[in-house]
Design a binder for this molecule. Sequence first.
Ligand SMILES: [Zn+2]
Length: 80
Amino acid sequence: MNCPSKKKAHTNIDAAEIALIEARIRFEGSTVVNVYECEDCGSWHLTSQGDINPRLQEMIDSGALEEEIKKYEWREKYGD
Ligand SMILES: [Zn+2]
C-alpha cells in the first residue's frame, strides 16, 4: 500500500502500537509518541506529534520500557 506520507504503513492499531514501542526500544533518541489512522491510505502510522500513546505511557510509568531497552542493548553488545 502506497501512502503519500511515505511513512511505513501498519494494518491496524495493534500492529502500529507494537511498532511504536519497538521504535522506542531500538532507536535511541526516537521521538515517536503515538499512532494514528491515516486519512490518505487508511492504514496506521507512527507520529512524533500530539499526546503520548496510553500503552507507551504505561510502559514508561511501570519501568517496562527501560527494562526492554536494557535487554535490547545487552543483546546488541553480547549477541543473542
Ligand atoms: Zn498513510
